[in-house]
Design a protein around this ligand. Sequence first.
Ligand code: TXA
Ligand code: MG
Length: 312
Amino acid sequence: MLGADPAALATAADILRAGGLVAFPTETVFGLGADATSDAAVAKIYAAKGRPAFNPLIAHVATRAAAEQQGIFSPQATKLADAFWPGPLTLVLPLAAGASVCDLARAGLPSVALRIPSHPVAQQLLAAVGRPLAAPSANPSGRVSAVTAAHVRVDFDGRIDAIVDGSVEVGIESTIVGCLTDAPVLLRPGGIPRDAIEAVLGVKLRDAAAGAAINAPGMLEAHYAPRARLRLDATSLEADEAGLDFGGCFASGSNVLDLSSRGDLVEAAAHLFAYLRRLDEKHPKIAVAPIPSAGLGEAINDRLRRAAVGAA
Ligand code: TXA
Ligand code: MG
């Protein structure tokens, strides 16, 4: 476990440049980082996560100049980068000539997913490494994303080289927008709401075609899965259920956690994965209160639907 002081980050950067795995905080969730230019380093991510090898990874970079070495920016991609970077937006772009993100990180695709995180620790680490970092969320494949260093340690103790401590802010992964044609596609709802992106673009986002050959995010249906059985859109609790509440819909009790008692979707996103984990540790059945689909609600509901499909 490393702190976030310059000496500790220099150690983390050395490990990464040598091909090791280091988990680190970003503003969305913890990432499990490896040198994105090294197939051997990236292979360790897939191994540690137990991740299907056809799922490409996001390459995190420190600067626009670094991003422009990896991907070809259309005018629309440039607008989005201007508006939302650094921050919880990932752009899928055609691969630039001379890009260094390795084949394995892209799962062999001629495109690359890029993000400049805003978290100061992530920024400093990227600057110290001086290379793009592949960093999927730091959880075993198909399980709830990690939002604390302690979660990462529970899941990966002994299987990765280091964890940089820190806290996340958004609590839900980045929004992924594909800019491979003139019509931008929402590949994964996430930390930046659809409306905000459409306002910048001046056009509606297309939705990723269901069953499209390439896996937008968790297009593996069962994703973000707790072990408990989830019942969505529940308006009251059965006797044997714990409750994941929103806006005080359920009667409060020791088995109920409210994502946001004041009905704030930003607060709810920040609590989502941690509360799911806490309930999942103790209860085989979880009822989830209805959550509006406006703003961050789209991403929250997306994660909950996947969690419900994937649950045992
Ligand atoms: O907030 C986040 O985005 C977190 C933090 C750590 O930055 N990272 C994250 O990465 O969620 P990951 O690997 O768990 O999610 C990457 C998603 C995958 O579902 C993948 O399908 C999609 O990005 N993706 C990556 N490259 C792609 C490409 N070339 N075309 C289409 N989808 C791509
Ligand atoms: Mg993930």
